[in-house]
Design a protein around this ligand. Structure first.
Ligand code: KG4
Ligand code: ZN
Length: 348
């Protein structure tokens, strides 16, 4: 099946053309990050307006770049939640209008479902080797969740953050350190030149039973440390601060994930979402995989960040079995992944 996918849940407008839920023919991403940077975070109303401007252009480019016509498209998948309500509605309106005009089915897909199925995608005929069941760690600006994934549409929640998401903590620490928004990638870059043992930051909930996370304590500890240092913070001290903070987050994420894999007897771990781009996290998971006898799968960095192609794995699966949404499909700003498949799911 040849499908068009549309993503607009936050500050990236993206459209992709994907064949059979696996082969990416195009994946166009228009980021709004520069527009929001001066506000220190995403401004929902501005995001929605920019999506409105970008959506038709991005869809056109996705079709062109894939070398296909609108008439070739057999179905559409669109992020219907969770995310910023105004932003979601723009992509969904475009997807539903196209589906109506072309008389083809449309299906709403959960944003995190897209992220954690992304390793199945590729640009060639090879296979990624990933099989169900697996443990998924979704780490992004809004999520730090552990799921057991038994198949497409079958997700059980194992643990989640009780306060900030890991990406949110990266962005807030970056802001405190005087870096621009979003700071995750900058902290990652600075960390490479820093000493991760220089400052001692807490590892919240690491030794507690269960698989929930908390990042607000690390963030406060970093703030208290910054207040004690000479301003403006720069040079080696800034690098050490970045490296020590990153190390604390990486240790908590990796230890909890591997403990969960062991407890649930899962031999595969998928790490997905924007924070999965982090070089320290990738290094640690790959290292621990060797000793734990677990296989770790990271989507490519392009497929870790918000993009439309990632929706195609679930979208193609649902559409191929005739499970489409009606045109009154609604956006859901809050939508727990483990309820995917429930009554609100396709009807909105
Ligand atoms: O999945 P994503 O693109 O958007 C959401 O769904 O939230 O994730 C964005 C988050 C931001 O918090 C950003 O700072 C973080 O991912 N991020 C990183 C890195 N690249 C992006 N965090 C740590 N290290 C990185 N290299
Ligand atoms: Zn995301």
């Amino acid at each position: 099946m040849l499908i068009l996918t549309v993503e607009s849940s936050c500050d990236e407008t993206s459209a992709a053309v994907v064949r059979d839920g696996r082969y990416i023919l195009s994946n166009i991403i228009a980021t709004q990050v520069d527009m929001h940077a001066c506000y220190g975070g995403v401004v929902p109303e501005l995001a929605a307006r920019k999506h409105l401007e970008s959506c038709p252009v991005v869809i056109d480019r996705a079709l062109q770049s894939a070398g296909v016509e609108l008439a070739d498209i057999e179905g559409i998948a669109v992020t219907s939640g969770p995310g910023l309500i105004g932003a979601l509605l723009v992509g969904m309106s475009a997807a539903k209008a196209l589906a109506f005009a072309l008389n083809i089915p449309v299906v709403g897909v959960h944003h995190i479902e897209g992220h954690i199925l992304a390793p199945f995608l590729h640009n060639d005929s090879g296979s990624c080797g990933l099989e169900f069941p697996y443990l998924a760690l979704a780490v992004s600006g809004g999520h730090t969740h552990l799921y057991r994934v038994d198949g497409i549409g079958s997700y059980s929640l194992i643990g989640q953050t009780l306060d900030d998401a890991a990406g949110e903590a990266f962005d807030k620490v970056a802001k405190m350190a005087g870096l621009t928004y979003p700071g995750g990638a900058l902290i990652d870059k600075l960390s490479r030149s820093g000493d991760s043992n220089y400052f001692k930051f807490p590892r919240p909930m690491l030794n507690r039973p269960g698989f929930d996370f908390s990042f607000s304590g690390i963030k406060t500890a970093v703030l208290n440390q910054i207040k004690k240092l000479e301003q403006p913070l720069e040079g080696d001290l800034l690098n050490h601060l970045a490296a020590s903070f990153q190390e604390a987050v990486v240790e908590v994420l990796s230890c909890k994930a591997f403990k969960a894999a062991q407890e649930y007897d899962l031999k595969r771990i998928v790490v997905a979402g924007g924070v999965a781009c982090n070089s320290g996290l990738r290094e640690r998971f790959n290292y621990m995989a060797g000793t734990a006898g677990v296989e770790v799968y990271f989507p490519s960095p392009l497929l870790c960040a918000d993009n439309a192609a990632m929706l195609a794995v679930a979208g193609d699966y649902y559409l191929s079995r005739g499970d489409s949404s009606t045109l009154d499909l609604n956006a859901q700003a809050n939508w727990p992944l483990q309820t995917v498949g429930g009554p609100l799911d396709k009807q909105g």
